[in-house]
Design a protein around this ligand. Structure first.
Ligand code: FAD
Length: 555
C-alpha cells in the first residue's frame, strides 16, 4: 500500500499521538462540570479504540477488477486492506466518530485506489464505470456532513478514489495571481509550496491541516480569512473534472457570462459530478502585515451591530468574528494558566475596567478582527474599525488574545475526541442569514437546543460566534455539548435536528460551509424549495445517469 499518503487516525481527528489535554487549563474542568454536569475528576476516560474490536465488512471487489486497477496505478497504490477501507468509510462528523467507536460499519469501500495523475484518474473512472462500480472521491476525509460513506444498501463495488498523490502546485501565473493546483494538495502542503514563491491562497478553514483543495471545492468550504480572500467559491476560478470518457475543463476566468455557471455546479457537488483533479485558485502576495486584534463588547447585540457596521463601512478587515457571551465565557475559562502581568491584566485589570464602565461581566462578548496587507493599509483599516467599535460601546484589548487564538485554532478539533472519551457529545452546526435575521436565528437556535436537551433530560450547553461577514449578512456558528444518556445517536439527532430546523424556520440556510452530504439533506427542500431540489436532482441524474459518482449525497 502507498506510504506516501498520510491519513488521520482511523477513529478520530488529526495525527496519531496528538490529543486534547486540559491539565494546563485550570478553568476547564470546573467549566465542563457547570456546563454539562460532567465531573472530569471522577469520570473514567475510555481507552483508545482498538481496531481489533471493529468488524469490517468484507471487500466485494472482484479479483479481476483489482487486477485492472493494479495495472493502472501499480500494486502499491491499490488496496483492499481493512484498516485503509475503514479510514475511507466516514468523514469526521460526530455521527461518524460515534459509529466508528461503536463498531457500526455496515458498508465500507471495497477497494481504495491512489492514482498518480489525471490520466490515471481517467483510467480508474473509466474502468469503474465499465464494471458498473461506484466511485467516491476522497480528499482529506475531514467532512462532517456525511459526504463520504457508501450506503449499506449499495450492492455494486465501491471504489474510494483517494487524491492524496496529486498534491503539486503545477504552475503560477504571476501576472494574474492564479495558481494551478492538483486537487489532492492538503492545506499545509499547498501553502508551503505557495509561500516558497511569495504567495498565499488565503484560505484557512479550521480543518486546514487535514483537508484538500478538491475537498474544499466539493464542499464549498470557507476559511477564517474569507472577509478578505472570499470563500472557496470565489477563490476557485478554473477546474478540471474527470468524468466518464473525458475531462470537463473550465478555464480560469475573472468572470464570464457563458450561461448558467458550470463552475458553480461543481462547487458543492460533493463528488457527484466527477473527480476534480485540478483547481486554478486565486493567490495573493504574502501580506507585509498580518495582525489579529481582540475587542470586547458589553453585549452580543452591540457586537453584532458593530460587525454589520464594519461590513458596510470602507474598512475591509480579513476577519470579523465575535463570540456570544457563552462562547466568551468558554474561551476565558479554557485559557491556559496565566502568570505575572498577563494574569493581572486578564483577571484583575480588565474586569475592573469593564465594571467601571457599567458592563455586566456575564454578558461581555469577545471579538477578533484581522487586518492584512501593506503596513499603511493595515493601520488605516484598524483606525476605521476602532472608530466603529468605539461607536458601538466596545473596547480594544490589543494583540495578545488574537495571537493565542491564531496559534491554538488548529488544536481545538481534538477536543471532540476527548469529550467522546468521557461519554459526551461536542459538535457544531453553522448557518448564514441576512443581518436583519441574525439575532432572531441566534435566539431561536438557543431555544430549540434547550428544548431538545429537556426532551432528553440532560443539562446541555450551546454557544455561538459570528464570523464570515458579507454585505447582506453573516455566518453564525453554534457549538453544542451534552453528556450521552442511553442512546447516543438518537440523542444527538434530537439536538442536531432541532438546531437545523430552527435554521430553516428562521430564514437561515442549512449550512454556510460544511455542505449537505447525508447529514443535512433532509432540510434541503425547505432551504432551496421543492423546485430547487428538482433542478438539482435533474442535474445529478442527467450528468450521471448510471449513478456512478458518490450517489445519494446532497439529494
Ligand atoms: P473529504 O472529506 O475527503 O470529502 C468531502 C466531500 O468532497 C466528499 O463528498 C468527497 O467525495 C468530495 N471530494 C473530495 N475531494 C474531491 C475531489 N477531488 N473531487 C470530487 N469530489 C471530491 N469546513 C470549512 O469549510 N471551514 C472550516 O473552518 C472547517 N472546519 C472544520 C473543522 C473540523 C474539526 C472538521 C472535522 C471539519 C471542518 N470543516 C470545515 C469541514 C471539512 O474540513 C470541509 O468540508 C473540507 O472542505 C473537506 O475537505 P476534504 O479534503 O477533507 O474532503
Amino acid at each position: 500500500m502507498t506510504d506516501t499518503v498520510k491519513h488521520m487516525k482511523w477513529w478520530g481527528w488529526g495525527n496519531e499521538g496528538v490529543g486534547f489535554h486540559h491539565e494546563d487549563k485550570p478553568g476547564f474542568a470546573p467549566f465542563v462540570e457547570k456546563a454539562v454536569g460532567l465531573d472530569l475528576g471522577s469520570a473514567t476516560r475510555a481507552s483508545e479504540p482498538s481496531f481489533e474490536d471493529v468488524d469490517v465488512p468484507a471487500s466485494r471487489a472482484s479479483e479481476g477488477f483489482v487486477r485492472e486497477l493494479t495495472a493502472i496505478v501499480g500494486g502499491e497504490h491499490v488496496t483492499t486492506d481493512d484498516m485503509v477501507r475503514v479510514i475511507h468509510t466516514y468523514g469526521k462528523g460526530l455521527r461518524d466518530l460515534v459509529r466508528i467507536r461503536g463498531n457500526q460499519i455496515l458498508r465500507s469501500p471495497d477497494v481504495v485506489v491512489y492514482p498518480a495523475d489525471e490520466a490515471q484518474v481517467q483510467r480508474v473512472v473509466d474502468a469503474a464505470v465499465a464494471v458498473d462500480a461506484v466511485i467516491i472521491p476522497f480528499g482529506g476525509g475531514s467532512n462532517i456532513a456525511g459526504s463520504l460513506e457508501p450506503l449499506p444498501a449499495e450492492t455494486r463495488t465501491v471504489v474510494s478514489l483517494d487524491l492524496g498523490r496529486l498534491r503539486e502546485v503545477v504552475d503560477i501565473d504571476a501576472d494574474s495571481g492564479l495558481a494551478r493546483v492538483q486537487a489532492g494538495a492538503q492545506g499545509p502542503d499547498l501553502e508551503a509550496q505557495l509561500n516558497a514563491k511569495g504567495w498565499t491562497i488565503g484560505h484557512f478553514p479550521d480543518s486546514f491541516t487535514h483537508s484538500t483543495v478538491g475537498g474544499w471545492v466539493a464542499t464549498r468550504s470557507t476559511g477564517m480569512q474569507s472577509d478578505k480572500y472570499g470563500d472557496i467559491a470565489d477563490i476557485a476560478r478554473g477546474l478540471r473534472v474527470v468524468r466518464p470518457g473525458d475531462v470537463l475543463v473550465l478555464r480560469p476566468l475573472p468572470s464570464t457570462s457563458s450561461g448558467p455557471s458550470v463552475r458553480e455546479m461543481i462547487l458543492g457537488s460533493e463528488g457527484r459530478l466527477g473527480v476534480i483533479t485540478e483547481v486554478t485558485v486565486q493567490v495573493h502576495r504574502i501580506p507585509e502585515k498580518r495582525n489579529i486584534y481582540a475587542y470586547f463588547f458589553p453585549t452580543w447585540e452591540a457586537g453584532v451591530a458593530a460587525m454589520q457596521a464594519i461590513s458596510e463601512s470602507d474598512a475591509s478587515p480579513s476577519i470579523t468574528r465575535i463570540s456570544d457571551a457563552r462562547e466568551t465565557a468558554f474561551t476565558l475559562a479554557t485559557s491556559k494558566k496565566r502568570s505575572g502581568f498577563s494574569k493581572f491584566t486578564a483577571e484583575t485589570a480588565l474586569p475592573k475596567i469593564m465594571s467601571s464602565k457599567g458592563w455586566d461581566l456575564d454578558t461581555i462578548c469577545l471579538s477578533f478582527i484581522g487586518y492584512e496587507g501593506g503596513v499603511a493599509h493595515a493601520k488605516h483599516q484598524k483606525k476605521l474599525v476602532d472608530a466603529i467599535v468605539k461607536k458601538h460601546g466596545g473596547m480594544g484589548v490589543g494583540e495578545g488574545p488574537g495571537l493565542l487564538y491564531d496559534q491554538k485554532k488548529f488544536d481545538t478539533p481534538y477536543l471532540r475526541d476527548f469529550l467522546l472519551d468521557m461519554g459526551a457529545a461536542g459538535d457544531v452546526s453553522e448557518t448564514a442569514a441576512p443581518w436583519s435575521r441574525l439575532n432572531q436565528v441566534h435566539d431561536a437556535v438557543y431555544e430549540a437546543a434547550h428544548k431538545a436537551y429537556a426532551e432528553i433530560g440532560v443539562t446541555g450547553w450551546i454557544m455561538s460566534h459570528l464570523s464570515h461577514s458579507y454585505h447582506s449578512g453573516a455566518c453564525l456558528y453554534f457549538t453544542f455539548a451534552f453528556v450521552f444518556q442511553d442512546d447516543p445517536l438518537t440523542e444527538y439527532d434530537t439536538v442536531k435536528s432541532a438546531i437545523q430546523q430552527a435554521f430553516v424556520d428562521n430564514h437561515a440556510t442549512i449550512s454556510h460551509h460544511h455542505g449537505v452530504g447525508r447529514e443535512h439533506s433532509a432540510w434541503l427542500e425547505q432551504d432551496i424549495s421543492p423546485e430547487g431540489v428538482k433542478v438539482m436532482t435533474a442535474l445529478f441524474e442527467g450528468a450521471d445517469p448510471g449513478a456512478h459518482f458518490n450517489p445519494n449525497k446532497v439529494v
